[in-house]
Design a protein around this ligand. Sequence first.
Ligand SMILES: [Mg+2]
Length: 268
Amino acid sequence: MTTSMRIMSKIICLFDVDGTLTAPRQPIKPQVEKFLFETVKKEFDIAIVGGSDISKIKEQLGGGNITEKYKYVFAENGLVSYKEGKKLPSETIQSAIGEDALQDVINFALRYISELKLPFKRGTFIEFRTGMLNISPVGRNSSKEERDQFEEYDRENQIRQKFIQALKKEFPDLLLTYSIGGQISFDVFPNGWDKTYCLRHIQGYDEIHFFGDKTEEGGNDYEIYQSDLTVGHRVTGPEDTVKQLKILSALINEHRAKELSNVPMQCI
Ligand SMILES: [Mg+2]
């Protein structure tokens, strides 16, 4: 790679949604959105990778045309992908593990939930998505307050952890990954269909900078944060993401300025 190519190095910033660009399940704040589109996008391409389905990501990021506003939008870890507004082909969980095994998992999970006593329960315990099952012991219909309460209860009682252990014990041969994300649920998907899945769609960049909040082992940003294909940034929330983007931008500008000053005269 020549010096002049390095100066032109192409960078894309890839953001998790919940806890990174927005508070959990909340819409993006206007000042964060403004910063992304009026500052960051001028310097880098920007992309989104969320575990939720596309309608929830659209809801949180402010509407219909987000697939055109971001270079890539990856819903369900990239099983549902858009590049510059166009949908890319996708695989499904049922094609990967087979209908029979999938139904065994669903039946076991429903049975397990039916025997679980919690301070409260609401509805929608299993959400079927393109590339994963999202399982919520308390139910996805919980209100914001109930989500906060369950998160606290789960922290003390390890409801999700124990549920995952039971699934692993019941299905030792299925090549499935269990991943805790958000406040009330966990995802179940074929091995390798974590957020790194979306990286196969990203081409033509020298650096992919990933920003996520659940980067610890078992968190839904762990694999992509650790991946050799990305530069990982661990954030504590949207304000921290903005702060780290400012630092990244300053570092890169400094680096580019340095490289420019190092270019021999005949190369300019
Ligand atoms: Mg997150």
